[in-house]
Design a protein around this ligand. Structure first.
Ligand code: NAD
Length: 305
């Protein structure tokens, strides 16, 4: 299979490229604009692999996508603006990339007649939940410009399935951690700052709950949905590791042999969602389950940085 991967120079996309090249015979074209979040060096080791190609391009640029996408069997669409804090400061680029970019991707993919289009989304589109877990059929109540733009992109992709028969499947994953993540996100931010001897800020009371998913487990789930998911369906992919945010610096401090004086509690983020939780029965029914123990994954991640 020839797979067209947008955002393949980012955190999850680059792990997925590794997954495909290591575990399948597929060939891969990465299409990535190399924004601040993309890192070409992450993929440098594949430059001599005849199954790997890299194209620098913007998913909002229809002609650029049209010049590269036709001839591929499947699209896995990771490219997005992905950082909630940035979306509070500069929401326009989130709507442009996540909504307009997804529209261009779907439009060109429908014209090209691809066999599969996996749209990568997030548990944040459901909003916050105090108790229980969201299922795929629940209504979307995004609460940040990031998650609202992602929710928009989900609906755009699913609409292309309904109106144009584009064979779309959507994944909604929980918070990921692992190697190759840009160090503005919680875990690599804490690790790199603590390694440099700085203190780390923790929002509010540190009791906001996130479900942590090791990135390679997510890649295996995305790949299973690509091959065996039902077209037109949405699949939640969660790690089953719900933890209050303050668990993260506690564990990282323990791994690095530091004490609590390195953590500073700061004013909460505006509109900070209290808890995310998703039910993952659908993807489990396809045969997926996460295999990485949270503490072991965290130790590998700290060692990577
Ligand atoms: P990331 O920010 O690390 O990487 C995004 C990549 O997309 C970068 O390589 C960037 O250069 C590229 N990109 C951005 N704008 C582009 C554009 N206009 N054209 C082409 N390329 C562009 O993101 P990530 O953490 O790897 O997330 C990937 C996807 O997974 C996103 O859709 C995100 O919403 C989703 N997701 C992420 C998480 C998480 O915990 N990181 C959880 C659930 C879902």
């Amino acid at each position: 299979m020839r797979v067209f991967i947008t955002g393949g120079a980012g955190f999850i996309g680059s792990n997925y490229v590794r997954h495909l090249l290591a575990n399948t015979d597929d060939s891969v074209t990465v299409f990535d604009a190399l924004t601040y979040a993309g890192n070409r060096e992450t993929l440098r080791e594949f430059d001599d692999d005849p199954r790997f190609a890299f194209v620098q391009g913007d998913i909002c640029d229809r002609e650029a996508v049209r010049a590269s996408l036709p001839g591929h069997d499947a699209v896995v669409h990771f490219a997005a603006e992905s950082h909630v804090d940035r979306s509070l400061l500069d929401p326009d680029v989130f709507v442009r990339t996540n909504c307009m970019g997804t529209n261009v991707m779907c439009d060109v993919a429908a014209d090209a007649g691809v066999e599969r289009f996996v749209h990568i989304s997030t548990d944040e589109v459901y909003g916050s939940i105090d108790e229980g877990s969201f299922s795929e059929g629940d209504i979307l109540q995004p609460r940040s410009p990031y998650s609202a733009a992602k929710a928009g992109s989900d609906l755009i992709a699913l609409a292309y399935h309904e109106t144009h028969g584009l064979p779309v499947v959507v994944t909604r994953s929980s918070n990921q951690y692992g190697p190759y993540q840009f160090p503005e996100k919680l875990i690599p931010f804490f690790v790199t700052n603590l390694l440099d001897g700085h203190r780390v800020p923790l929002y509010g009371d540190g009791l906001n709950v996130r479900d942590w998913l090791f990135v390679r487990d997510n890649c295996a789930g995305v790949d299973l949905v690509l091959r065996n998911g039902t077209v037109g369906e949405v699949y939640n992919i969660g790690g089953g590791n719900e933890r209050p945010n303050r668990y993260i610096p506690d564990r990282v401090l323990e791994i690095l042999g530091r004490d609590e004086s390195s953590v500073e509690y700061v004013e909460d983020r505006k509109g900070h969602d209290r808890r995310y939780s998703i039910a993952c029965d659908k993807v489990r029914a396809l045969g997926w389950e996460p295999s990485t123990d949270f503490d072991a994954g965290l130790e590998e991640t700290v060692a990577f940085y």
